[in-house]
Design a protein around this ligand. Structure first.
Ligand SMILES: Nc1ncnc2c1ncn2[C@@H]1O[C@H](COP(=O)(O)OP(=O)(O)O)[C@@H](O)[C@H]1O
Ligand SMILES: N[C@@H](CCOP(=O)(O)O)C(=O)O
Length: 348
């Protein structure tokens, strides 16, 4: 379960009233998730998600919450965080005052921990996506990248290369010889790629960085077609390359989970949909195989870390690290035979 910190109904009620979200009717701990404490809160006005952040600090959170607000204001279907009307900030026009680590009316305190209340999205996660789901996701991902271009805050991807370099020595003692060799050689390769001028010139901006199939919701229209109702869980977001974000998605949405093998049909659907909104430039097309490796490495390391060094209070079943070891091995093999990246379609 993912309730690390119990929240009493009275405390949730007081917060929801302060945020002008109505009178609490029901508060229910959410079972899913591995990072934070999450509750569904139903009021007489609507349905919300109350999150208490268990790892992130107060000063890191304005980036995520303001990014969600920024995207929601631009019509991207993400849960809008609720603001505290008692906190008065400079008007939006005062960009400098809203930039960097300015105070955030979207960030609250519950049980001494940073907390947020966001809209509950309609729909359900699709854990066995088809090409039609990948098509929806690819289009939304590209729209999201473009919509975040003028987001003024900057915060690095906290699970980026420096974290991989820091965490690899911590997990290495738990690996056998072939795993250690793979992890170390891949890390060396990614450090090498990161130094290349081609990598440094890649377009970048705010990215979600963890947009797995369990972080998106779908409904089904009258003709049976899936419709993406929104994406959530922005708490690994950061400023990084758009290509890395695309690679994270391809490594989850377009992978056969039992074997870790890429699915050509879903890969093409996601890539074509992304490129129809934002075509990849030549450097991105060249570096996609390397970023697919980077994205597999990132989640192999984080899953190893969660698996071998679990948090004390956690009652969670950590994700299987060997899955991303398999994905990485497949992606390394593919570098000699890069996946076919279709020519960009006309921008929509
Ligand atoms: N805005 C939202 N709308 C609907 N459901 C949500 C929303 N946020 C979280 N959830 C539900 O809560 C679960 C756990 O959320 P998640 O953000 O993945 O937790 P964690 O950050 O702990 O990994 C999700 O799988 C989803 O079912
Ligand atoms: N998507 C990551 C885990 C991150 O957890 P989430 O529940 O916040 O998405 C993985 O699969 O390793």
């Amino acid at each position: 379960m993912a309730v690390f910190t119990e929240v009493a109904p009275d405390e949730a009620r007081a917060l929801l009233q302060r945020l002008d979200l109505g009178e609490l009717r029901e508060l229910r701990g959410i079972q899913g998730g591995i990072e934070n404490t999450n509750y569904f809160a139903t009021t007489d006005r609507g349905e919300y998600v109350l999150t208490l952040f268990e790892r992130l600090h107060f000063d890191q959170l304005p980036y995520y919450l303001c990014l969600m607000q920024h995207l929601a204001e631009r019509g991207i279907p993400v849960p809008a965080p609720a603001a505290d009307p008692a906190i008065h900030l400079a008007p939006m026009g005062h960009a400098l005052e809203r930039a960097a680590n300015a105070p955030c009316e979207l960030l609250h305190t519950v049980q001494g921990k940073p907390a947020a209340v966001v809209q509950k999205l309609a729909g359900h996660s699709e854990l066995q996506p088809t090409a039609a789901h990948c098509n929806e996701l690819g289009r939304l991902l590209a729209r999201m990248h473009l919509a975040a271009r003028d987001f003024p805050r900057i915060q690095p991807n906290l699970r980026g290369l420096p974290w991989w370099n820091e965490t690899t020595p911590v997990v290495l003692p738990y690996l056998d010889a072939p795993q250690s060799a793979l992890l170390q050689s891949e890390l060396a390769y990614q450090n090498h790629v990161a130094e290349s001028p081609a990598y440094q010139a890649l377009p970048r901006g705010p990215i979600h960085a963890d947009l797995f199939r369990d972080n998106a919701m779908f409904s089904v229209d009258d003709d049976g077609n899936p419709h993406l109702t929104g994406v959530f869980d922005f708490y690994f977001a950061g400023t990084d390359t758009w290509l890395f974000d695309l690679a994270v998605c391809l490594n989850d949405w377009a992978i056969d989970l039992p074997t870790g093998t890429p699915d050509a049909h879903r890969t093409a659907a996601l890539l074509d949909a992304y490129c129809a909104v934002r075509p990849l430039n030549p450097a991105e097309r060249k570096l996609l195989p390397a970023m697919l490796r980077a994205a597999a490495l990132r989640f192999w390391i984080s899953r190893l870390w969660d698996f071998h060094l679990p948090r004390e209070a956690s009652m969670l079943k950590p994700h299987d690290p060997t899955h991303f070891e398999r994905v990485l091995r497949q992606r390394v093999r593919q570098l000699d035979d890069p996946i076919h990246v279709r020519p960009p379609l006309q921008a929509a």
